[in-house]
Design a protein around this ligand. Structure first.
Ligand code: DAH
Length: 339
């Protein structure tokens, strides 16, 4: 019987060494310590032993039982630890793994350039004004000295909402709105979208951006206009830039001019972009027409001023060497990623 007990102990130890799961452990417990287990049946047979042998075998049997019991408890703990370790390992975050790159949006070249322009004019003391894109015919045309039968209406292919309401064809109506609402001195620029029913091609878009400028005060002369616009061009494109003014006609300014700047592609030598002239047309400008001032309740005998307007898209295209205006409105990421 002693040998039997020893054997049971050895077998149990052997099996417990290999155990890896709770289920296996339970099977072993039942096999050795259960009601019908090996050790239990030995203990049951003790009755047949002599009274000298009984305490000895009983003591040994209890030792074996305790030993197996302890080992089972320990194995259960080991299994629990291993499982916990596994769980923790699965939850581990590898902070050295390369991250997934998120695609970040970028500023649109129109927006970037406009910010640049705004900064320059703000630094010269200009305010930023806004006006509606759906505009009264009066503000878009009449108040700017462009009556219904004026030929200038024909040049600006207008989207009419009805007889009296249009999609603004220019940002100049913001001049009128500003002069109606504010007393001179006025110093403002007004950027915004304008609409013309042009067919879309490389140089025309039915929607594009203009930036309007207006300065009204006592004693403003053409010299102020030149000085302001020259400063703007030098700050925008570089100190080496030259400007020149050509006589022109706009209904809302008198005298009127167009301003050219040194071609920034060839530096004035002559190239494809400036059509070999060395100059690029930048904007329209002039001294605000006395009738326009009167339309806004400003006395032209007391006040004078200058105004200017340019196409933002054209400026962006010149700045970045973009030869198709459609690229600015197609939201093609391959194009936009380059800015
Ligand atoms: N509104 C003109 C256009 O759309 C641009 C312009 C020219 C605005 C001269 C002005 C200006 O304020 O003085 O062609």
């Amino acid at each position: 019987m002693k040998e039997n007990l020893q054997l049971i102990k050895e077998n149990a130890l052997e099996e417990l060494k290999k155990v890896v799961s709770k289920d296996e452990l339970e099977t072993i417990r039942v096999k050795y310590l259960g009601k019908k287990g090996e050790l239990t049946s030995i203990l049951r047979g003790m009755g047949k032993l002599s009274s000298e042998e009984r305490p000895i075998v009983g003591k040994l049997a209890n030792e074996v039982r305790e030993c197996i019991d302890n080992l089972i408890t320990k194995a259960a703990e080991d299994i629990k630890n291993v499982e916990k370790q596994k769980r923790l390992q699965n939850e581990v975050i590898d902070i050295s793994m390369p991250g997934k790159k998120q695609r970040v949006g970028k500023r649109h070249p129109l927006d970037l350039t406009l910010e640049n322009i705004k900064d320059i004019f703000i630094s010269m003391g200009f305010a930023i004004e806004e006006g509606p894109e759906v505009e009264k015919d009066y503000y878009n045309f009449e108040a700017l000295n462009i009556p219904k039968d004026h030929p200038a209406r024909g040049e600006q292919d207008t989207f009419y909402i009805n007889d009296n309401v249009v999609l603004r064809t220019q940002t100049s109506p913001i001049q009128i709105r500003t002069m109606e609402n504010e007393k001179p001195p006025i110093k403002m620029i007004a950027p915004g979208k304008v609409y013309r029913s042009d067919d879309l091609d490389a140089t025309h878009s039915p929607i594009f951006y203009q930036v309007e400028g207006l300065v009204i005060d006592k004693g403003i002369t053409f010299a102020d206009l030149k000085g302001t616009l020259e400063t703007f061009v030098k700050k925008m494109f570089g100190d080496e830039m030259e400007t020149k003014f050509r006589p022109h006609h706009f209904p809302f300014t008198e005298p009127s001019a167009e301003m050219d700047a040194t071609c920034f592609v060839c530096g004035g030598k002559g190239c494809r972009v400036c059509k070999n002239s060395g100059w690029i047309e930048i904007l329209g400008c002039g001294m605000v027409h006395p009738q326009v001032l009167r339309n806004c309740g400003i006395d032209p005998e007391v006040y004078s001023g200058f105004a200017f307007g340019f196409g933002l898209d054209r400026m962006v295209m010149l700045k970045y060497g973009i030869d198709d205006i459609r690229l600015l409105y197609e939201s093609d990421m391959r194009f936009l990623d380059q800015f």
